[in-house]
Write a protein that binds this ligand. Structure first.
Ligand SMILES: [Zn+2]
Length: 271
């Protein structure tokens, strides 16, 4: 019998959201033979401090940066044409997302939580939540065959405290995948080596690329180390004595609108 080919879809508002927030897990699953797909719901065309650079030219750059990142995971990185900073949880976007998810038919969907400083992020979570149940409703978007199962849905990590702090339901050691996350982030040159340095760290924009990447690696390393410390109890509970050898983790919260993951499914993600 042919082995089942699992599929994972990570959905963000912008081109550098899905890969830098779930890239360790995505690379781990890609290495296990999963098909990896990423999606940016906006065109990213306002990711700059310079209004003259914003617009279709930047959207084009970001599409290419996303494609380069997708290649690291052996998958596609799709970008919608919705204008950056203008994403709404509209009926049109909801139905577009229902059709998109149905066509790919993932076993696992990952996105950000609905509490977030950025309206695009909030609306991304809302759209994924709004689409979730309707994926399985035959009379909704009947032109695209409905799903006969509900995918497992996870939220990637954030530090927002209200209305409740993030829960680390799923812990993924990523010591072996940190370099892929850094490489993925480095694909987004227009962001990590330009826009995201503005306004306080602009001196880094003129550093040699090698030094910029090293700086990025240290930053991501510190972040994943912090998760390891912050969720030490969860790491030890799941990995026991082996936790000693784990330095970096990604953590995910289970979205209760998705399928409740079985112990076997969780093991596919964590072990
Ligand atoms: Zn974003």
């Amino acid at each position: 019998m042919e082995e089942k080919k699992y599929k994972v879809l990570s959905i963000g508002a912008h081109q550098d959201d899905a890969d830098t927030s779930s890239g360790g897990l995505l690379k781990k699953l890609a290495d296990k033979g999963w098909e990896v797909r990423m999606l940016s719901l906006t065109d990213g065309s306002r990711g700059t401090y310079d209004p003259a650079k914003a617009g279709p030219a930047l959207a084009d750059i970001r599409r290419k940066e996303a494609a380069a990142s997708g290649a690291l995971f052996g998958g596609r990185y799709d970008c919608w044409d919705v204008e950056d900073a203008r994403l709404t949880a509209s009926l049109e976007n909801r139905e577009r997302l229902i059709r998109y998810i149905r066509e790919f038919a993932p076993d696992l969907v990952i996105t950000n939580r609905p509490n977030d400083y950025h309206a695009d992020h909030r609306n991304t979570a809302l759209l994924v939540q709004d689409a979730s149940y309707l994926l399985t409703v035959p009379a909704c978007c009947p032109d695209t065959p409905y799903m006969k199962y509900m995918p497992v849905m996870l939220y990637w990590h954030d530090s927002f405290q209200k209305p409740y702090p993030f829960q680390a339901d799923v812990v993924v050691p990523i010591d072996a995948y940190l370099d892929t996350v850094v490489k993925a982030a480095s694909c987004h040159e227009s962001q990590y080596f330009d826009w995201l340095l503005w306004p306080d760290r602009m001196e880094k924009a003129s550093w040699p690329r090698e030094q910029q990447v090293q700086d990025l690696a240290e930053r991501f390393g510190r972040m994943f180390e912090r998760y390891r410390k912050e969720y030490a109890a969860e790491v030890v509970e799941k990995f026991g004595a082996a936790a000693e050898d784990i330095k970096y983790v990604e953590v995910f919260e289970i979205c209760e609108y998705g399928e409740e993951p079985s112990a076997e499914f969780l093991e596919l993600l964590e072990k």
